[in-house]
Design a protein around this ligand. Structure first.
Ligand code: ADP
Ligand code: ZN
Length: 291
């Protein structure tokens, strides 16, 4: 019973894994995020035969992450059919009578990087995923940041670049970071998927300008010791030097710390190479066992 179940529940796909206590992945499976009535029985059936002693979940948001709130584990106002107000955690705890840890997907990925990846030993960390959306996980003083809800820092307002003819893809905001810099926004602006635009400098020049604005704000507000950038769009490694330079420009020399002076080690890719979400879920499960 000491195997750990882990779920990275994304808006597009669910990654399920069984791991040992040290965080090595023994088995994994991916299923599309269909409606709960289709998806949940598949998740339950997969874990049922695998004898897990605890479970960790990193879920797409917005979702209630406050254990004292009666809505704990519920997906809140999402446009995803069937998931709105669905209590994901309760649906699983009815089937698995084991300790369960629950947080957002971005917070889980942040935790995965702190425990297993590129932010080991740090206790103030920001993790940004640039994919279908832009999600931000935040660790402060060694704890994942919650509060009234949880950080939704992908939706901070951003000054639009004057030469940008693209329109925000966020249904709520005409000029938020997710609306202007997520993978779908790149596709809508340039008429091609981001992965097919690798050689077009103007795409990454604009993208890095937006991401740098977001990061400069996170640096000023959260004061992280390191920022990890993951998600599909960040596979474009040419973004990193552009973002670093523009973050420094944006800060204007005002923040002068050893971390900022070593910017190449400050804004970096994930050390878990894509497994940060699932490994963070493993740590959530381990922490749930200690409570
Ligand atoms: P999700 O956010 O759904 O979990 P991803 O992080 O893979 O999944 O994000 C998907 C987005 O990332 C899509 O918009 C896709 O076009 C973009 N993307 C995926 N791979 C790459 C790549 N190699 N280069 C640039 N963009 C990519
Ligand atoms: Zn928005």
């Amino acid at each position: 019973m000491d195997k750990i179940g882990a779920i990275e529940a994304g808006g597009t796909k669910m990654v399920l894994a069984v791991c040992n206590k040290a965080g090595s992945i023994i088995e994994r499976r991916e299923i599309p995020t269909t409606e709960p009535s289709d998806c949940l029985p598949k998740i339950i059936a997969w874990f049922k035969g695998r004898n897990i002693g605890s479970l960790g979940i990193g879920a797409f948001g917005p979702t209630c992450v406050n254990p004292k709130d009666p809505r704990f584990g519920q997906i809140l106002d999402t446009p995803k059919v069937g998931w709105r107000h669905f209590n994901f955690l309760n649906a699983l705890s009815e089937s698995f009578h084991v300790p369960i840890g629950y947080d957002t997907d971005a917070n889980a990925a942040c935790l995965g990087e702190v425990v297993f990846g590129a932010a080991k030993g740090l206790d103030h960390v920001v993790y940004v995923t640039v994919g279908t959306g832009i999600g931000v996980g935040v660790m402060v003083r060694g704890h994942l940041l919650h509060g009234m809800l949880h950080p939704e820092a992908g939706h901070i307002r951003i000054t639009k670049e004057i030469n940008d003819i693209g329109k925000s893809v966020c249904p709520y905001h005409s000029d938020c970071l997710e609306g202007l810099a997520s993978g779908p926004s790149i596709e809508s602006r340039w008429g091609n998927r981001a992965e097919n635009l690798a050689k077009q400098f103007e795409v990454w020049d604009l993208e890095s300008s937006y991401l740098a604005k977001g990061l400069a704000t996170y640096i000023l507000c959260y004061s992280p010791q390191r920022i990890i950038l993951g998600g599909g769009v960040m596979y474009q490694k040419q973004l990193f030097p552009l973002i670093r330079r523009k973050v420094l420009e944006s800060l204007g020399g005002y923040i002068s710390t050893p971390e900022i002076h070593s910017i190449n080690n400050y804004i970096i890719p994930p050390g878990c190479h894509g497994d940060q979400g699932i490994l963070g879920a493993v740590e959530l499960a381990r922490q749930a066992c200690d409570i």
